[in-house]
Design a protein around this ligand. Structure first.
Ligand code: GYE
Length: 350
């Protein structure tokens, strides 16, 4: 299944330069020794050509959240030797420059496919052009790339983040109505994800669409909590110090929500349906749904991290010479405290 690629000029020049370092010997290739953690797949273990694997290089963003852990696990459990794959997994520790380096290494390794979960949307044109020149299809997952030439990647699969944000706004609209607070001034703060990431942009802009229709909703502040619990807590502490009254916190992922909940409780306030502050969260990972059952989160907009099997299906189609859809959305729903969640949580994969 392993295909040999006809190297084009830039790659040839690069390879010629590298001959002196005997870089053709795969077993000697270990280009990122410092950041190779135990969880990553070392390049040196990659099978030789002709062993019958489809070799996939996956540049993952990092390990910033429960969602991300479930996403990584989905890829690792799908792209196994039993399924005919050899997965080169790299964790970029939330750094764009690490992802560029990883993609370049995948190209040098002549992998069959590159899977990219881009930390932010911009800055991919050059490196994706290198992949295209090398004849390696790039499948973009979760977050998107904003490139001038759409032919630089084969397809994208992930969530409709704008729809999630809009759904959050619509939920708030009907919740306030049910509480007879539609006419009240509603003070809102937002913990944003990594600025420039599709999930941040979509959730912020989707909510904004509904916000703009309500003159009595006041967005007091928006700040990035980087999608992490620690930063989410820090930013929420600042919000609480700056504003005496906060009615709603929108947190663009569950881990920032966990941090925000700690900050709220430490300030002597309470959150959730019976509390002082309405909490709107995104992802709907197990731990967050448990907090919802405990009455601390009002609503959670689901975001499905189990993208591994979908990408494998795409690769199977490409291997069979079939067309694949350029943009592929995952189905999602939302959960709130009016639903009975206990049984669903037990069987939830993430
Ligand atoms: O919501 C968050 C993660 O891009 C959908 O990234 C992903 C987001 C997810 O860190 O938890």
């Amino acid at each position: 299944m392993k295909r040999y690629k006809f190297a084009v000029m830039p790659l040839l020049i690069l390879l010629v330069c590298l001959v002196g370092c005997s870089i053709f010997n795969r077993s000697s290739l270990r280009t990122t020794s410092e950041d190779d953690s135990g969880q990553e797949t070392p390049y040196r273990d990659m099978p030789k050509d002709g062993e019958g694997y489809i070799v996939v290089g996956f540049s993952q963003i990092g390990s910033e959240s429960d969602w991300r852990t479930a996403n990584t696990e989905s890829f690792k459990s799908t792209f196994t030797a039993e399924n005919g794959y050899y997965l080169l997994f790299k964790d970029a520790q939330q750094k764009h420059e690490n992802q560029i380096k990883d993609i370049r290494n995948f190209i040098l390794q002549e992998v069959d496919y590159i899977v990219l979960d881009p930390v932010v949307e911009t800055g991919w044109d050059a490196v994706l052009m290198e992949a295209k020149d090398a004849g390696i299809p790039v499948i973009v997952v979760d977050r998107q790339v904003s490139v001038k030439d759409e032919s630089l990647f084969t397809c994208w699969v992930g969530s409709d983040f704008r729809k999630e944000g809009r759904r959050a706004g619509k939920w708030l609209e009907s919740y306030l109505e049910s509480q007879e607070r539609s006419e009240e001034e509603i003070k809102i703060v937002t913990l944003q994800g990594t600025l420039g990431a599709t999930s941040q942009i979509g959730r912020t802009e989707g909510f904004e669409e509904v916000l703009s229709k309500h003159k009595n909703w006041k967005m007091l502040a928006r700040e990035s909590g980087e999608f992490t619990q620690a930063k989410g807590q820090e930013v929420m502490e600042n919000f609480l110090a700056d504003y005496d009254e906060i009615d709603v916190v929108i947190s663009e992922n569950d881990n920032m929500t966990f941090g925000a909940m700690e900050a709220i409780e430490a300030s002597g306030k309470t959150c959730g349906p019976e509390g002082d502050i309405i909490v709107i969260s995104f992802d709907a990972v197990k731990a967050a749904l448990q907090f919802m059952v405990a009455g601390k989160i009002n609503v959670d907009l689901e975001c499905n991290p189990l993208l591994g099997p979908m990408v494998s299906e795409i690769i199977e189609k490409l291997e069979a010479g079939k067309e694949v859809g350029k943009t592929q959305y995952v189905e999602e729903q939302y959960f709130d405290t009016t639903m009975s969640l206990e049984n669903m949580i037990k069987n939830r994969a993430y």
